[in-house]
Design a protein around this ligand. Structure first.
Ligand code: KIV
Length: 277
């Protein structure tokens, strides 16, 4: 949905993102995760709509077992790096586990993350009553919030693993209510993670704000993927809903191996490689 102004991609804002719903766009809203300065510089030069500094960095960058281990201090380091690399993108920083267990904590931590990282918005998982109140308060003080329901990885132990949500009537009704509650509370967009595709389509048709799907079928307003999965940067296979477009793991490994071979046979004779002019 990116606009071109004088050959530059226009940086979106929450009004543009909300308006997307009315714009009959054929292209979905496109969001990718990002966690570092140099990758952010690349994304900054593309037509990507939004960047999410997800707490998935706990898994793919820090090697934690779950996102439960990620701290607010870590989110601040990575979100700030991404924002420095992508000044022209709308960046959303994830609130990590335990940083919004109460309204008071949520306000303090969200204000800190938003203000210090310079991200344009924050995201938080869940739709319990106190979370809806927190979202209302955050939007009142000027912090845009993206919602996130379905599979919410910070609650992996409570939810009992990673699986598709909304497959039965009760779960589907609950998700629809959560989506409407979040919309009323003021979120500008909503992530639907591993939500049964027909339900995610129904939620998308019902809401006035854009939905951003991951593992939830094609019929959402936008799509988000973890960039490390899309580029296959890790050793492990990405989730089944992500078809990698490259294999950076092999590419990097091959390049390093060929450097190790060549450096010994060729590079050692080349003085230029060892002096700085
Ligand atoms: O942390 C993350 O990367 C996310 C996306 C998977 C939506 O929350």
């Amino acid at each position: 949905m990116s606009y071109l102004i004088n050959e530059q991609v226009k940086k979106l804002n929450t009004r543009d993102i909300r308006k997307y719903k009315l714009s009959q766009n054929l292209k979905p809203l496109q969001m990718l995760t990002c966690y570092d300065y140099q990758t952010a510089q690349i994304l900054n030069e593309t037509s990507l709509d939004m960047i999410l500094v997800g707490d998935s960095l706990g898994n793919v960058i820090l090697g934690y077992d779950t996102t439960v281990e990620v701290s607010i201090e870590e989110m601040l380091v990575f979100a700030s790096a991404v924002k420095r690399g992508a000044p022209n993108k709308f960046v959303i920083a994830d609130m990590p586990f335990g940083s919004y267990s109460t309204i008071r904590e949520g306000l303090t931590n969200a204000k800190d993350l938003f203000q210090k990282s310079k991200a344009e918005a924050i995201k938080l998982e869940g739709a319990y009553d106190y979370q809806l109140d927190l979202i209302k308060r955050l939007t009142q003080i000027g912090i845009p919030v993206m919602g996130h329901i379905g599979l919410t990885p910070q609650s992996v132990h409570q939810q009992g693993g990673y699986y598709t949500h909304g497959k039965n009537k009760d779960s589907a009704q609950k998700l629809m209510q959560e989506a409407l509650g979040l919309q009323d509370a003021g979120v500008f967009a909503l992530v639907l993670e591993c939500v049964e595709p027909i339900l995610s389509q129904r939620i998308t048709q019902t809401l006035q704000i854009p939905t951003i799907g991951i593992g939830s079928g094609r019929k959402t307003d936008g799509q988000v993927l973890v960039i490390n999965d899309l580029l296959k940067m890790g050793k492990d296979a990405p989730p089944s809903f992500c078809e990698p477009i490259a294999n950076f793991y092999q590419l990097k490994k091959g390049a390093i191996e060929s450097y190790l071979d060549q450096a010994f046979y060729l590079g050692f004779n080349d003085e230029r490689l060892f002096t700085h002019n």
